[in-house]
Write a protein that binds this ligand. Sequence first.
Ligand code: C2E
Ligand code: MG
Ligand code: MG
Ligand code: MG
Length: 285
Amino acid sequence: QAEKLGVNQMASYSPGMQVRIVERFALVSEMKEALARGEFRLDYQAQVGLADQRLIGVEALLRWDSPKLGAVEPDRFIPAAEDIGLIRELGTWVAQRACSQIVEWDRVGFHVPRIAINLSLQELARGTFPEDFQHVIGETGIDPSRIELEVTESVLLGPLAETIDALMALRNMGVGLAIDDFGTGHSSLVYLKRLPVKRLKIDRNFVRDLGRDLNDEAITRAVIGLGRSLGLAVLAEGVETREQAVFLSREGCQEAQGFFFGRPMGAAELAARWSQARRNHLKKI
Ligand code: C2E
Ligand code: MG
Ligand code: MG
Ligand code: MG
């Protein structure tokens, strides 16, 4: 962005802006090589049924351990990857790795019913996305009905007709769709009728103060009710305490994810933990 600004505007740079631009530059130049150098990996976080705390799926979460910059948060490097057009390559790598992982787990007798994969607006907006994804499905041999793509309401800010076409094509392939961070976007709810949505994920900002904030409780109840009325599954994100889990369960929310049930972790650790949970007693809420 700096190169777009003229000399006059340069004078009005604040030191803060300069730091951010320098930081972004470092990020971008490191990231270009990071994929080839194998610096990215996936962690997986359990999604559980609240009635019995059984594993109903896992969400793949991208991690970058840069030897130069340290661990970089996805909220920082994903927007940068979008800016420099690296998200396509990165997203394909994520899909490939996540789908392969499910098949590898199957092979060792650890059955994870569903894999959730985050998708950014830019990935979906590119016309060849469904084809590319079909390719990943074919290569990995995963049953597409075990895949769920998570998108935020911001996908509706993109070219809507193309986005809907892409999501319909994916639905026809058998791939599921969840709305991530539900309730934090600025769109109307009309899209819920038009898109092949299966699941709403209540944003963790609403979950955090359950038991303390009446407004958040009201919003959470409303989302659970909306899901029930529309025949959609509702999963609460960011559940950190037993109290939150109990509240959600009592209000009729059937699924949850969060530190209370398990942090995102490597594939081997997740398998070890959840095979054990199956043998021993499941965590009771
Ligand atoms: P998200 O999809 O909403 O993922 C949930 C985020 O909440 C994750 O942060 C997760 O580590 C965190 N989280 C889970 N449980 C708890 C909890 O109990 N308490 C708290 N405080 N946090 C919890 P993370 O891994 O830093 O990811 C941030 C965002 O980056 C994700 O939000 C998603 O939008 C994006 N992202 C992550 N991986 C990918 C990817 O492979 N592709 C794309 N396009 N985006 C990704
Ligand atoms: Mg997500
Ligand atoms: Mg979320
Ligand atoms: Mg998010």
